[in-house]
Design a protein around this ligand. Structure first.
Ligand code: IMP
Ligand code: MG
Length: 177
């Protein structure tokens, strides 16, 4: 068990199991992306550990870039909230893009990311998420590749945080009730 601030978490998905699943995901990418112009767009911070392990096992030549999605208030009057991608440092026009995410929960974040990347006219755009909470999902796009479907309960570790802490653990822990 681990304790982060006021919360206790119990072991949920151990690293060996994560690695096994990553092998399968990489295999499927290796099969599907032969002769494609593959670019991984890794969503920081949460996906850093998953992306590192996954991409190491990809054998087709590929590019990697790291992004964040930010939300800011428009400067002028009633423009409201504007979303933008920070860190997209190259053109993805005509490329075969895989978005690498840590978790799709309500799906709001990935919907934004997907919409913004789509505007850049990639040839194909897919989502690979380590975790997916189908019960919590109310977004438009679903992840195309999923490591583990999990119940609607908070998890930490392997890149995922609770109040910015706990990303460092090599396994995934679930909030204790
Ligand atoms: P969304 O609800 O799909 O938009 O998820 C938003 C973000 O919340 C994700 O990218 C994660 O950073 C975070 N998040 C959602 N569920 C969890 C969880 O169980 N543990 C840690 N972070 C989470
Ligand atoms: Mg995230």
């Amino acid at each position: 068990m681990i304790q982060i601030k006021d919360k206790q978490f119990t072991p949920y998905i151990e690293n060996a199991k994560i690695q096994e699943r990553i092998e399968e995901l990489a295999k499927s990418i290796n099969e599907s992306y032969v002769d494609k112009d593959l670019v991984f767009v890794v969503v920081l911070n949460g996906a850093f550990m998953f992306a590192s392990d996954l991409i190491k096992k990809v054998t087709v030549p590929s590019e990697i870039t790291f992004v964040k999605v930010s939300s800011y208030e428009g400067g002028l009057a009633t423009t409201g909230r504007v979303d933008e991608i920070i860190g997209l440092d190259r053109s993805i026009v005509g490329k075969d893009v895989i978005i690498v995410e840590d978790i799709v929960d309500t799906g709001i974040t990935i919907d934004k990311m997907y919409k913004l990347l789509e505007l850049n006219n990639p040839s194909t755009l897919k989502i690979c998420s380590l975790l997916y909470k189908p019960e919590a999902h109310k977004g438009k796009v679903k992840p195309d590749m999923v490591g583990f479907e999990i119940p609607n309960r908070f998890v930490v570790g392997y890149g995922l945080d609770y109040d910015q802490k706990g990303r460092n653990y090599d396994s995934i822990y679930q909030l204790k009730d």
